[in-house]
Design a protein around this ligand. Structure first.
Ligand code: NDP
Length: 256
């Protein structure tokens, strides 16, 4: 019997997968059988990630495509490249993201827009480009990597909070328009995960003890904590799950 979570023969594009959460999700989807396309902006880092992941899989299973998720024309060319050179795109993980820490009174509009464009507009651009191929085929899975900050606010990351809240609702908007065409669009909202993005917080003793106190599981999340939920949302095991945001946060959002 084929496993509910088997992704053999499916092509997946994971944005921002040259490192961090995206890289771990790419490995998890490949472990489940998918052919994966890695993405990032730094071409050298991306190539190194492709070489490293390729070592663990048969030839042809791991690819990479450097492009900027905020540039509509680059996104369109990249998705067309995947369709022509790798396979019909069936799984998209909108993961690429950035953070910019500064109090709102000191925040420049350029930095506000950079975060909103990278963390929110990009999911619309890549999602739309992918859906143009998925909808005529009547199948496709889109997973938007959101954050607990879609629900919980903290000082100094206003555009990030606004973008992630928007991404949660964009997940619902995509569902409203595309679910009837056989697409499932859902979001994963991670809690605090140890990556390059959060390294300075891990190193901050005061913040670190706040996190441990604030998280019922009493630990930081790891990138592996997100692998199971991502494989499930990418697989036919989640075919009637539509427009949901799954919080993977050690319980952070259910306690005060
Ligand atoms: P990292 O900083 O470790 O990695 C970010 C990735 O995004 C890199 O691969 C980077 O590529 C890529 N990227 C950034 N901007 C662009 C762009 N314009 N076009 C293409 N790729 C881009 O971040 P994390 O792994 O920690 O975070 C991944 C996602 O998870 C983000 O959306 C983040 O908001 C979200 N998240 C993270 C949490 C955490 O605690 N770490 C918690 C909740 C959500 P390059 O290497 O070329 O720079």
């Amino acid at each position: 019997m084929t496993s509910l979570f088997d992704l053999t023969g499916r092509t997946a594009l994971i944005t921002g997968s040259s490192r961090g959460i995206g890289n771990a999700l790419a490995r998890a989807l490949a472990d489940a059988g998918a052919t994966v396309v890695l993405n990032g902006m730094d071409a050298d880092r991306l190539k190194a990630a492709e070489t490293s992941l390729s070592a663990d899989f048969p030839p042809g299973r791991i690819h990479s495509c450097a492009f900027d998720v905020t540039k509509d024309a680059e996104v369109g060319r990249a998705v067309a490249w995947v369709e022509e050179n790798v396979g019909p795109l069936e799984i998209l993980v909108n993961n690429a993201g950035i953070q910019h820490r500064v109090a709102m009174l000191d925040l420049d509009v350029e930095d506000w827009e950079r975060v909103i464009t990278t963390d929110l507009t990009s999911a619309f651009l890549v999602g739309r480009a992918a859906a143009r191929f998925m909808i005529p085929r009547g199948r496709g899975k889109i997973i938007n990597i959101c954050s607990v900050q879609a629900d919980l606010a903290r000082p100094t990351i206003a555009p990030y909070i606004a973008a992630k809240g928007g991404l949660r609702n964009l997940t619902r908007a995509m569902t409203a328009e595309w679910a009837a065409s056989g697409l499932q669009i859902n979001a994963i909202a991670p809690g605090y995960i140890h990556t390059d993005m959060t390294q300075n917080l891990v190193d901050d003793e005061q913040f670190n003890s706040w996190i441990l106190g604030r998280t019922p599981a009493h630990r930081w999340g790891t990138v592996q904590d997100l692998a199971g939920p991502a494989v499930w949302l990418a697989s036919s095991g989640s075919d009637f799950v539509n427009g949901q945001t799954i919080f993977i946060d050690g319980g952070m959002t259910v306690v005060v």
